[in-house]
Design a binder for this molecule. Structure first.
Ligand code: PMP
Ligand code: GLN
Length: 378
């Protein structure tokens, strides 16, 4: 069958997690917690299931969850979205991103994408006949040069995709970044698709600057989030999109034919759970401890790194250890020393190899300690 995504093999996350399982390795590759979510949360789901909340949810989400999410958004960011018209619950941020891209991109439209980029962005653009226009961010700081971005904007630019906190490199947007982005799209017909799935995981007193907090950006942004990251339930595949009504209208027109709706008992359970701010308010400190634990465990190794500012990933340079290609090294380390990681080159469309590996530290302390010990022997 002729493929619409001829360049795409099986995603690296699936490949590396499978290899880690086959090799019985510590899996610091795919981004998911090795520990369970709060028992209250699974109890809530079980309760709602038993009570018969098992049929289709409304297409745009269960009202209680949309309302709680709007309330939480107002309290955390001081920004109002109308729960009925501007909040949509979807099956994971992956779906949110796909629907947002589909909502704005017409054949031939250009979409600016920063590399390294999460792997679902390009396929979403390609499947809609769009043209990805890449802006490359480079080690060690991966900062955005907004003048360079300005140089890539043409009459065909329809959207800019942003990701903060960033997967895989762990950088976060500053308030100045928001201002610069707003200046670029002001008075232009350009939308922002903002991947903010790690919104509650920022370190060292930094703050998450959501696109919604800038008035110019708010009007033009699809803000995509994921309950999976915030509540340690990545397997539930439940997320959301916050966007002004005209954007949401088109988003939902598409969402209704991709998944239609998202599992009902999960939505009710999350609506209840969202009422307790402590769960997301303590997440940054929780993951900062994990980051520090992993970084301490590899401190004596020959890897070099700058501590991640957000997300649950740490990238490290292995330049002092070997000059192997990062993909080959990630595979070899999984097989030989039983520690799995993600090669950062997969986040560049030309597979640029900067000798970096990504480790996920959303893992039990013993796994972080043990993996660190092994990595120190390299
Ligand atoms: N964007 C980024 C940057 C991610 O890391 C992930 C998931 N790991 C997603 C989107 C997808 O989120 P979800 O699992 O809710 O679809
Ligand atoms: N976002 C996760 C990661 O970066 C993986 C999610 C997936 O496997 N699709 O590791």
């Amino acid at each position: 069958l002729p493929s619409k995504l001829p360049y795409a093999g099986t995603t690296i996350f699936t490949v590396m997690s499978k290899l880690a399982t086959d090799e019985n390795a510590y899996n610091l590759s795919q981004g998911f917690p090795s520990f369970n979510c709060a028992p209250e949360l699974t109890n809530l789901v079980a309760d709602y299931m038993r009570r018969g909340f098992n049929q289709y949810a409304p297409m745009s989400g269960v009202p209680a969850l949309k309302e709680q999410l709007a309330e939480k958004t107002a309290s955390v960011y001081g920004v109002d979205y109308h729960p009925e018209d501007e909040v949509t619950i979807v099956s994971g941020a992956t779906e949110a991103i796909f629907c947002a891209v589909t909502a704005v991109v017409q054949r031939g439209d250009e979409v600016i994408v920063f590399e390294p980029a999460y792997d679902s962005y390009r396929p979403a653009i390609d499947l809609n006949g769009g043209i990805p226009v890449y802006v490359r961010l480079s080690a060690p700081d991966f900062r955005i040069d907004w003048e360079q971005v300005r140089g890539k904007i043409t009459d065909k630019t329809k959207a800019i995709m942003v990701n903060t906190p960033h997967n895989p490199v762990g950088t976060v947007f500053s308030k100045q970044d928001l201002g610069q982005l707003a200046n670029l799209i002001r008075n232009r017909d350009i939308y922002v698709i903002s991947d903010e799935v790690y919104e509650h995981i920022v370190f060292d007193g930094e703050k998450h600057h959501s696109m919604m907090t800038h008035p110019v950006l708010k009007e033009r942004s699809f803000v995509c989030g994921s309950f999976g990251k915030t509540y340690h339930v990545t397997g539930w595949k439940i997320g959301y999109c916050l966007a002004p009504k005209p954007l949401t209208d088109e988003f939902r027109r598409i969402h209704q034919f991709i998944t239609f709706s998202t599992p009902t008992p999960l939505q009710y359970a999350l609506a209840d759970f969202l009422k307790i701010p402590e769960h997301y308010e303590t997440l940054s400190a929780f993951y900062q401890r994990k980051r520090d634990r992993f970084n301490a465990a590899i401190a004596a190794s020959r890897f070099t790194f700058t501590p991640s500012n957000g997300s649950f990933f740490q990238i490290v340079s292995y330049e002092k250890i070997t000059d192997e290609h990062d993909y080959d090294l990630a595979v070899r380390l999984t097989k030989e020393i039983k520690v799995a990681s993600i090669p950062v080159s997969v986040f560049y469309q030309d597979r640029q190899d900067d000798k970096l590996l990504r480790f996920c530290f959303a893992k039990d302390d013993e796994i972080l300690d043990r993996a660190g010990e092994i990595l120190c022997k390299l």
